[in-house]
Design a protein around this ligand. Structure first.
Ligand code: AMP
Length: 291
């Protein structure tokens, strides 16, 4: 199996994409922060189904980490990432901070609406950092499609809003959350969990499945959510930042079902050194575990 080529400058990225364009080839982009796992690889494989060429960007974006976040210790495993990608990707774009934010860089993109609340409230500046780097990556690579995971549901809605608002000429494709055999959503940050914490972390998806099922069947959402939070705490997950039902697109809290507006159950729970993020659709059939 071959390794994907790697470029670090915007000029080299553009030259590679321009050559593909001259040959009439379509391009998919998968933005990541590296420390790749099966969740990322699923996006990459989906990209290959949609487009002839696949670019994976690997950039640990300082602008999306709040001061108290884990920027310094975020796992960086570039050689392993490239080996994992093998021939699933054509090109890795791995810019350094100075390629992305040269001396004097002074711009930022703010997406209101879906950025507000939840991760936006927990991590001030986070979604502006995401929107800024994602807009830059889209302009640097100019892909036909960009793939994002449902794992980061709020981020997905922020990116969709950004693309719609700025008329960015590409399609955003979402991929369902990839989970381990017990349903735990894969995340680069799971590497910080001790083995005994993983067993506890796995209880989150079961608890959320139960809550999402009850929300789909009954209309007394505040009560279902209160009881669900209490059950999660009893199951060893008392560090709840939020477990809430929101409008799936606008991220506004939903106190009960609204005809024609799909709802999403969002959760962030602190466990050891990690904030576990997960989300589920509120629909009659409990979502199947995907690997
Ligand atoms: P990250 O490297 O954490 O910035 O993630 C890069 C992309 O992979 C984002 O679009 C994430 O939503 C997506 N992603 C991360 N984990 C998963 C997962 N378990 N399942 C599906 N997509 C994921």
């Amino acid at each position: 199996m071959s390794l994907p080529d790697i470029v670090t400058s915007v000029a080299d990225l553009r030259a590679r994409v321009a050559a593909w364009r001259r040959a009439g080839e379509s391009v998919a982009l998968v933005p990541t922060m590296g420390a790749l796992h099966e969740g990322h690889l699923a996006l990459v494989r989906r990209g290959r189904e949609i487009a002839r060429r696949v670019v994976v960007s690997i950039f640990v974006n300082p602008k999306q980490f709040a001061a108290t976040d884990d920027f310094g210790r975020y796992p960086r495993t570039e050689a392993r990432d490239r080996a994992l990608l093998g021939d699933a990707a054509d090109l890795v774009f791995a810019p350094g901070p100075a390629d992305m934010y040269p001396e004097g860089f002074a711009s930022a993109i703010t997406v209101e609406g879906p950025s507000e609340g939840y991760e936006g409230a927990a991590r001030p500046g986070h979604f502006s950092g995401v929107a800024t780097v994602v807009a830059k990556l889209f302009l640097q690579c100019a892909p036909d499609v960009a793939l994002f995971g449902e794992k980061d549901w709020q981020q997905l809605q922020v990116v969709r809003r950004l693309v719609a608002d700025l008329d960015l000429p590409l399609q955003v494709v979402a991929h369902p959350t990839v989970r381990d055999e017990a349903g735990l959503a894969l995340s680069s940050r799971n590497a910080y969990l001790a083995p005994e914490e993983i067993a506890v972390a796995r209880r989150l998806n079961f608890g959320l499945r139960e809550i999402a099922g009850a929300l789909a069947r009954r209309a007394d959402w505040p009560r279902i959510l209160d009881e669900g939070r209490a059950r999660l705490a009893e199951a060893g997950l008392p560090g709840i930042d939020y477990v809430d039902a929101v409008d799936a697109e606008t991220l506004r809290p939903m106190p009960g079902p609204v005809a024609g507006r799909p709802a999403r159950l969002l959760a962030a729970v602190r466990l050891g050194a990690v904030r576990l993020l997960d989300n589920m659709p509120v629909e009659a059939d409990a979502p199947a575990i995907r690997r």
